[in-house]
Design a protein around this ligand. Structure first.
Ligand SMILES: [Zn+2]
Length: 228
């Protein structure tokens, strides 16, 4: 239910410290469905415990990292995503999820509604939903284990010169789908974004399980990670 509306074009200072895209955000009180919120909360909590998202003073200049999203309904590309400046929080409130109502990744433009502006990497999430009608959930995490094993695990990846959350990333993601490198569910790493990994699937559970499976494969290749 919208109780207050104000439009503004702004470039948010991101949790990872770089201004990326233009967002037209409508301030509104929205009600994320209870069931979706519960599922997102449980998976996000697990990812936080595994330090796949969060904040570490010794990593990435101390900036918070990682975000998750969930398509609202089949047949359109709207989705819920964690709001900006929330990755460091162990538990989120329903108001910490923002609705992306439209996105034009190649034009660097995003339209959102909610109490807070969306995550800085919402554009990359939007690219996955637009390129893959089967994607129901997208997880962006930071995993040194998976990222460093990109080659060994033969993971699809974006190039080192492509920065996260940019139109160039949106273009690269679309290209991976067009080339058939990514299909209905999958994992890709972003070599231009340290430790950056994206996982998507036809359900949040399948995306989470795919991430955990990929993480254990990476750990099997680098036993020193068992002690880290
Ligand atoms: Zn990131």
């Amino acid at each position: 239910m919208t109780i207050e509306t104000s439009h503004n074009i702004a470039s948010p200072q991101t949790e990872e410290g770089v201004i990326k895209y233009q967002v037209q955000h409508t301030a509104a009180e929205l009600e994320i469905p209870t069931k979706v919120f519960a599922q997102l909360s449980s998976w996000r909590s697990l990812l936080f415990k595994l330090q796949l998202l969060g904040q570490n003073p010794n990593l990435y200049g101390g900036l918070a990292y990682g975000n998750i999203s969930h398509r609202i309904a089949w047949g359109n590309d709207q989705f819920w995503i964690t709001a900006t400046q929330t990755s460091h929080l162990p538990i989120l409130n329903p108001s910490d999820y923002t609705k992306v109502v439209n996105a034009e990744p190649l034009a660097n433009l995003l339209f959102s509604e909610g109490e807070r502006q969306p995550s800085s990497e919402a554009l990359t999430h939007a690219s996955v939903y637009q390129a893959n009608a089967q994607a129901k959930a997208v997880l962006h995490v930071h995993s040194p284990a998976i990222w460093r094993q990109t080659e060994a695990l033969q993971l699809v990846h974006t190039a080192r010169h492509v920065a996260y959350g940019t139109p160039a990333m949106a273009f690269a993601v679309a290209a991976m789908f067009k080339q058939g490198l990514l299909t209905e569910q999958g994992v890709f790493t972003m070599l231009g974004h340290e430790d950056g990994v994206v996982v998507f699937a036809d359900s949040l559970e399948n995306a989470g399980l795919l991430l955990i499976k990929t993480l254990t494969k990476a750990m099997a290749l680098a036993p020193e990670l068992l002690y880290g």
